[in-house]
Design a protein around this ligand. Structure first.
Ligand SMILES: Cc1cc2nc3c(=O)[nH]c(=O)nc-3n(C[C@H](O)[C@H](O)[C@H](O)COP(=O)(O)O)c2cc1C
Length: 207
């Protein structure tokens, strides 16, 4: 049982990393395997809606020149997912969002139905809006969205400062325990299978 945590910050060891570490340490203490993946600093392209991923059933983005498909590869062995991002102008960081939208569109089956959670980090405000934005793909990919004792937000500016946010850190640990509980229950031999999906009935409002 492995949980993939994705650090969507340009800082490998910043506050997003610190918040995710609190979740990962808790998951590990609960006996789950974890892997934290940092998206890095290289340029990331946005989705150009070429449709090749779905048209050719690639299962990954047609553009292989940045981190998006590295995330797809990591998702293949993940039983559960935690995404984390700093808050930039009340939104998730652009580079992460650019990659994540392409991952969600091209490799939705690797997210579909899995336990998932988002974490947003900020200095002072806007993290709840970023948190909502991060949750949106999960909420339409049949994810089992994992909550905590508060919204999954932590506060901090300089590197690692969020460790001083006691309630934020506690919220991360509670999130980790909740996720471990759900993942372990879903992997019990007597766990009920997910309900079968109905065939999709696309309706674009005008036809
Ligand atoms: C371009 C930019 C925009 C930011 N916008 C916000 C914001 O809207 N609200 C806020 O509280 N902090 C904002 N911050 C601060 C970061 O969210 C904060 O420093 C966070 O801890 C960074 O996380 P990291 O260390 O993982 O990169 C912004 C920082 C940058 C660089």
């Amino acid at each position: 049982m492995k949980v993939l945590l994705i650090n969507g910050s340009p800082h490998a060891n910043g506050n997003t990393a610190r918040a995710l570490k609190e979740v990962a340490d808790t998951l590990a203490a609960e006996g789950l395997e974890t892997e934290t993946f940092w998206i890095g600093l290289k340029p990331v392209r946005g989705c150009v809606a070429c449709g090749q991923c779905r048209g050719k059933d690639l299962g990954r983005c047609a553009f292989d020149d940045d981190v998006a498909n590295r995330i797809v590869e990591k998702l293949q062995t993940a039983d559960a997912i935690v995404i984390g991002s700093p808050t930039y102008y009340g939104q998730p960081a652009g580079a992460f969002l650019a990659a994540w939208q392409r991952v969600c569109f091209s490799a939705s089956t690797l997210i579909h139905g899995k336990p998932a959670a988002s974490v947003a980090v900020c200095r002072r405000g806007g993290s709840t809006a970023a948190f909502q934005c991060l949750n949106m793909p999960f909420e339409m990919l049949n994810s089992v969205l994992i909550g905590s004792q508060y919204w999954n937000v932590v506060f901090g500016l300089s590197e690692g400062e969020c460790a001083q946010d006691g309630e934020g850190m506690q919220t991360m640990r509670t999130l980790g325990r909740n996720m471990a509980w759900v993942v372990k229950n879903l992997n019990r031999p007597d766990a009920l299978p997910r309900p079968a999906d109905e065939p999709w009935q696309p309706t674009n409002f005008i036809r």
